[in-house]
Design a protein around this ligand. Structure first.
Ligand SMILES: Nc1ncnc2c1ncn2[C@@H]1O[C@H](COP(=O)(O)OP(=O)(O)O)[C@@H](O)[C@H]1O
Ligand SMILES: [Mg+2]
Length: 286
């Protein structure tokens, strides 16, 4: 209904990850370049960003860019794992079928596999998303020990830790110092700026088939203001504002549509969760 009303081919702000909708600001480009550098150089990198900022999207973009004949990717998206479960998860994704009883044996098998991959010219990349959910320091210790896998002083794998910024607070404790020393690169993905929010919205609409403006300037300004530039919140707010426009028979989504969309309780809850300090003022204005 939304598509037909606005003359689009697809829903512009849908949740399904689709590389065609990828929007890369200069900051995203830089983040992606650092991730690429980390995998090429087989380093450990930490990428942080608030919820909904686009961290997972960025790692998917990286995976899409890596040639699958040259890279073996081990993706761990739910890292609530004990050290033993973590090693088993890595082994499984490296197509290791043996299930030895002892940790050291499993480590030996993993090492052997990494060595084989390296000999075949394949670069192993472990991506751990939502790394702030890793419950215990011991699991981080296991991750750190994987970086000891070397051959002729060359690392056998790269590790990408993706996390919410809180993890940095945890890492500040001295027990994490050995791990921190292994992290060669760090990048924080900020929310979009106002100009980027506008480009992001227009980009998504263009990909969805828009040939004319769907939102007016003031609507975009308000979306930015209320979303704090967080793409996931922009998506929700933009979709709801479009639905409000349909409800009130408007061809262009204007500020009143955005305000009405905002008053939806559900959205307010999302807003409260992600509200950034930069945009704290908005609640008092409503
Ligand atoms: N660079 C981007 N280009 C296009 N869409 C994006 C981008 N970044 C985020 N999004 C959108 O925002 C949503 C949330 O992003 P996500 O990567 O899941 O955030 P995070 O992992 O930081 O919580 C995604 O589903 C996607 O629709
Ligand atoms: Mg994510």
């Amino acid at each position: 209904m939304l598509e037909e009303y606005f003359g689009l081919k697809e829903k512009p702000f849908s949740k399904t990850p689709d590389p065609r909708y990828l929007y890369l600001s200069s900051v995203h480009e830089e983040a992606l370049a650092r991730l690429q550098y980390a995998v090429e150089e087989r380093e450990m990198v930490l990428l942080t960003g608030e919820v909904g900022c686009g961290k997972t999207t960025l790692t998917r973009a990286l995976m899409d860019e890596l040639d699958d004949t040259a890279y073996q990717i081990v993706l761990i998206i739910n890292p609530r794992l004990s050290p033993a479960q973590f090693l088993k998860a890595v082994a499984k994704r490296l197509d290791i079928t043996e299930t030895p009883r002892f940790r050291q044996e499993l480590l030996d098998i993993i090492y052997e596999r990494l060595y084989q991959l390296d000999t075949a010219g394949i670069n192993t990349v472990i991506i751990i998303d939502e790394a702030q959910l890793i419950p215990r320091r011991e699991t981080f210790e296991e991750i750190r020990l994987l970086t000891n896998f070397q051959l002729d002083h060359k690392n056998l794998l790269s590790i990408i830790l993706v996390a919410q910024p809180d993890l940095k607070r945890r890492f500040a404790h001295r027990v994490y110092r050995p791990l921190l020393q292994r992290i060669a690169l760090y990048f924080h993905l900020p929310p979009l700026t106002e100009d980027e929010t506008e480009e992001y919205i227009k980009h998504r609409l263009r990909v969805a088939g828009a040939t004319a403006d769907v939102f007016d300037k003031e609507a975009i300004r308000l979306i930015y203001k209320y979303s704090g530039g967080i793409p996931r919140v922009i998506n929700t707010l933009a979709t709801n504002a479009m639905l409000e426009a349909i409800g009130s028979d408007k061809r262009i989504v204007d500020a009143s549509c955005v305000r009405r969309a905002l008053s939806e309780i559900e959205f307010l809850q999302i807003c409260t969760q992600v509200q950034t300090s930069r945009d704290k003022a908005w609640t008092s204005q409503r």
